[in-house]
Design a protein around this ligand. Structure first.
Ligand SMILES: Cc1ncc(C[n+]2csc(CCOP(=O)(O)OP(=O)(O)O)c2C)c(N)n1
Length: 584
């Protein structure tokens, strides 16, 4: 039987075939669909974690129980989980543990382009890299056995194009595998320095054994014999481009990229006139090859940033591209679709206020990061998940007396549960006077509407325990916690002003569900009394697709407008209203 599957779905399928008992992770493009697909198998326990570190640690506990576990995340998620990732390398596993890192070359939806192959090497964890959905299936499946064979977590390194390509997969029967049972082993599992020193040698021993497999395996690291004029070493999605650009070449396709089979590469190199390495992002493989004294080129032929594609690889190998990446819309230019908050988004009013109140806004990652874009332009910084809280604390402390009461941190609710809480604790105990706004829209909206601890749903949509953001803040010790309706601009402004003026840490929780996540019915569109409009443009500057300028006047698109009335509230002339409700 064959099936069309997304790379991410194929990973879930492979894990299921390997009888994985448990899957965890935190959403993040391009990894999110893996757990969602795994959750379709009722017999597997699947859950979202509040962050990647916790997801990793729960999976590690499952592994200790003797069962197989999968944990998924995007590349920057592995930074969050780096502590258990590095340490678990010393502990090893009981039931197989497979860690998916979905890297994002080209930064389609990420703040950086880090190449996590270096993290596998730094942590001394085995790494495999599929090139398409069928490989994603079988590599995910086999990675569990590898993990047990070498007593190591295995990093399944995906990239955007592998995660999100659809291809033919050959699903197999499930393995006959059952739990190994819990094994108490204190010297192995309690990482006291004295134990770790012994484990350190075990790590090296296992890498020697794993290198042996990597060197010998035609399955993991196949050689495709071709012309002796050129030999290409490649891995992951780049393999597809190489095959298409130069089908006649000899190719060493690396599926296991840590440990690298350096003697296999040396032998391959000795049989060709010229060795070229085609890999996306950093020269990870190439550097190892050159370090081993094997002459090779690669980096100088390729761009140092972004995804590869067929024309780029053709240019590198043939001197000029033979294909172009084009989308033929029959002569019609491709419309641009700049990212923007949805009509009816509960974040828009808050950012309109931030802008109009001229606040210094330390932002965070989520849909609301779009508040940094024009016409709102109401976010001054955004670094990584959870950072808004600490950065607001730091900036407020040293922002200067004239800016007192002007610094605000803004964070989404999923991000608050992910990594905002320790920052808030820091604010409390270090006597910060900054104000934190938590945008409590009840969903992890940015990544497609996954539930989080404040949603009250689990990954399968069943009811789940629900944490209340304001209660959590009060329980931590914040004395000033206020809840507001972010669609009521005036009331929210008053609360913001009061909390910014307070000489102690304060939290404002903006409670309004995500219109998409909560599947809210679109309300009736607002209407404009054009004769009262003085064309000041305030309504356009809320940055909503539902209202735009036409012939010098604002015009409402009734199909998009949800009737949220943010534009109505900024209209000083009172020219915008909901039918039957009267003016704002
Ligand atoms: C460490 C890390 N993990 C995951 C992501 C992907 N990601 C970006 S924002 C976000 C959460 C957004 O949810 P929330 O804070 O509730 O804001 P919303 O999008 O709902 O407005 C996620 C999961 C990331 N950027 N970094």
């Amino acid at each position: 039987m064959r099936k069309l599957m997304l790379g991410n779905e194929a990973v879930a399928r492979g894990a299921w075939e390997a009888r994985v008992a448990f899957g965890s992770g935190y959403p993040g493009t391009p990894s999110t669909e893996i757990l969602e697909a795994l959750a379709e198998h009722e017999e597997v326990a699947v859950q979202w974690a509040p962050n990647e570190k916790v997801g990793y640690e729960v999976a590690m506990g499952v592994s200790l129980s003797g069962h197989r576990a999968l944990v998924t995340m995007k590349h920057v998620g592995l930074n969050v989980a780096a502590d258990p990732f590095f340490s678990s390398s010393y502990m090893g596993v009981n039931g197989g543990l497979v860690v998916v890192s979905a890297d994002d070359p080209g930064m389609a939806s990420s703040q950086d382009e880090q190449d996590n192959r270096f993290l596998a090497k730094a942590a001394k964890v085995l790494m495999v890299e599929p090139c398409d959905p069928e490989e994603s299936r079988w590599m995910a499946r086999e990675a569990f056995a590898l993990s047990e064979q070498f007593d190591s977590p295995v990093l399944l390194r995906m990239t955007t194009r592998v995660c999100h390509q659809t291809g033919v997969v050959k699903p197999q029967e499930r393995e006959a595998w059952s739990s190994r049972g819990y094994l108490k082993d204190i010297p192995k599992n309690v990482l006291l320095p004295s134990h770790s020193k012994a484990r350190r040698f075990k790590v090296e021993e296992r890498l020697v054994r794993a290198r042996g497999l990597s060197e010998a395996s035609d399955r993991w690291n196949p050689i495709l014999k071709g012309s002796a004029d050129i030999g290409i070493v490649t891995s992951g999605v780049s393999f597809g481009y190489v095959r298409e650009a130069m089908p006649e070449a000899s190719i060493l396709k690396l599926g296991m990229t840590y440990p690298l089979p350096i003697e296999r590469i040396r032998l391959f190199a000795s049989r060709v006139k010229r060795l070229v390495v085609i890999e996306e992002l950093e020269p990870y493989i190439e550097a190892e090859i050159r370090n081993a004294g094997i002459p090779a080129v690669g980096r100088e032929l390729l761009p140092f940033t972004g995804e590869l594609n067929l024309p780029l690889v053709e240019e590198a190998l043939l001197g000029a591209p033979r294909h172009k990446v084009t989308v033929d819309l029959g002569g019609v230019p491709m419309p641009t679709r700049p990212p923007t908050l949805c009509p009816g988004c509960s974040h828009r009013g808050m950012f309109t206020l931030f802008r109009d109140m001229k606040l210094r806004v330390m932002g965070d990652i989520g849909c609301y990061t779009l508040g940094a874009l024009k016409p709102l332009a109401a976010m001054d910084a955004c670094m990584c998940m959870g950072a808004s809280v600490g950065m607001a604390e730091g900036l407020e402390k040293f922002g200067g007396p004239k800016e007192k009461g002007k610094t605000i941190g803004v964070i989404g609710d999923s991000t608050f549960f992910h990594s905002g809480i320790p920052g808030l604790i820091d604010m409390i105990v270090n006597r910060s006077e900054a104000t934190l706004v938590i945008l409590d829209n009840r969903w992890t909206a940015m990544t497609g509407g996954q539930p989080h601890p404040g949603t009250g749903k689990d990954i399968r949509g069943n009811d789940a325990p629900q944490l209340n953001v304001a209660q959590v803040c009060r329980a931590l010790g914040v004395q000033r916690v206020r809840e507001v309706d972010p669609f009521d601009l005036e009331a929210t402004r008053v609360v913001l002003e009061e909390e910014l003026a307070a000489p102690e840490v304060s939290v404002v929780v903006a409670v309004a569900p995500c219109i998409l996540g909560a599947r809210l019915k679109k309300g009736e569109a607002v209407q404009i009394a054009i004769e009262e409009c003085d064309r000041c443009g305030a309504c356009i500057r809320v940055g909503c697709m539902g209202i735009h300028e036409k012939d010098g006047f604002p015009s409402v698109d009734p199909d998009l407008c949800t009737g949220c009335r943010v534009c109505a509230q900024v209209c000083e002339k009172g020219a915008i209203s909901l039918p039957g409700v009267g003016r704002a």
